[in-house]
Design a binder for this molecule. Structure first.
Ligand code: PMV
Length: 342
């Protein structure tokens, strides 16, 4: 029997991916940029075994068995990695042996905390290790077919997913913008407002947005191309002020598109909005942009902040929010902070 275990971290988008031009191949309508957390923080951990006596491909997610062979996305990942293994001539494990996969997230699944990104990145990376193939752009294209944002979690640091123009999706790949040590004092603070599963899964929300939102094409064609260039430059220059402004504006625009969808997708709640107000008031009080919020398809906030500004921001959060409003501050990049929830 061959067995491999790997972990893959979550990535948090700064320029959001929202909307596909090809549902099956998961080709997006716009580029996106994210930061990958440290590998030991919010992550998925996956163990894959392959043996000639296994009768079927099977998978357990957080201890519960899930359907595998009927799940087109899982099968596309398995077939995609196997195809790359054949092309690489790297056949450590016979391809006709079935696989058993056990995966766990150390954070809430599907609560708008990018669980599918870490999960599919980990699945594809662990399969790649099992069959003996390297991480490269082709592998990101396989991870993309599990869950779009997963392609960005195969690299650390800041990562850009290029939407690509080809119909077969071969140029829709993730590339590293800068490595994690380029901006080591950049931290993320996650305010867990609610860890229930999200109301409208991202696949459904995106489909509905592409077909009903009057604003989404303007975002994809006009706004995002400019923003990705500006954000890339801000990251390269370690310009927190521009970084923060672009990040907050893009989060707001993504949720505006969600609201412009018909019927609307409402991912943020009252506490989320009070966090937005808090961050703007905080930045105004300190006289510069020192914190930036971003929200994925759920109510939880991710705050970007430089390490030297963390203590002051944490103290302000504790003052501004009674314990029952913000249940917990879960993770900080590199440092785990105390849970001050009720
Ligand atoms: O990869 P998916 O299908 O889970 O979609 C992720 C969408 C957002 O998290 C809202 C944005 C992003 O770019 O990660």
């Amino acid at each position: 029997m061959h067995t491999v275990t790997c972990i893959a971290p979550v990535n948090i988008a700064l320029i959001k991916y929202w909307g596909k031009r090809n549902e099956e191949l998961i080709l997006p309508i716009n580029d996106s940029i994210s930061m990958t957390l440290n590998a030991n923080e919010m992550c998925a951990k996956t163990t894959i075994s392959s043996w000639e006596t296994f009768k079927a491909n099977r998978m357990w997610l957080n201890g519960e068995e899930v359907t595998f062979e009927e799940n087109a996305r899982l099968m596309r990942c398995l077939d995609g990695v196997r195809r790359l293994a054949v092309a690489n001539g790297a056949l450590k494990v016979p391809l006709n042996w079935k696989v058993h996969i056990a995966s766990r997230n150390n954070f809430p699944t599907a609560a708008g905390l990018a669980s599918s990104a870490a999960g599919y990145a980990c699945l594809v990376y662990t399969l790649a290790r099992l069959y003996g193939i390297p991480i490269n752009e082709e592998l990101t294209a396989v991870a993309r077919q599990g869950s779009g944002s997963a392609c960005r979690s195969l690299y650390g640091g800041f990562v850009r997913w290029h939407s690509g123009v080809l119909d077969d999706g071969s140029d829709s790949v993730a590339k590293q913008v800068v490595s994690p040590d380029h901006w080591p004092n950049m931290h993320i603070l996650i305010l867990v407002v609610n860890d229930a599963r999200k109301k409208t899964p991202s696949t459904k929300g995106m489909q509905r947005a592409v077909t009903t939102s009057a604003l989404i094409q303007h975002r994809a064609k006009v706004v995002v191309p400019r923003r990705t260039e500006e954000l890339t430059e801000a990251i390269q220059l370690r310009d927190f002020n521009s970084f923060a402004e672009i990040t907050m504006k893009d989060s707001n625009q993504f949720h505006a598109i969600a609201l412009d969808t018909y019927p609307p997708c409402v991912y943020m709640n009252d506490v989320s909005h009070s966090i937005v107000n808090f961050v703007h008031a905080y930045n105004e009080a300190v006289g510069s942009l020192q914190a930036a919020y971003t929200f994925d398809a759920g109510p939880n906030a991710c705050l970007y902040v430089l390490e030297e500004n963390v203590p002051q921001l944490l103290a302000a959060i504790q003052l501004a929010f009674p314990n029952d409003l913000v249940p917990s501050v879960e993770y900080l990049r590199g440092i785990q902070v105390p849970n001050f929830g009720s």
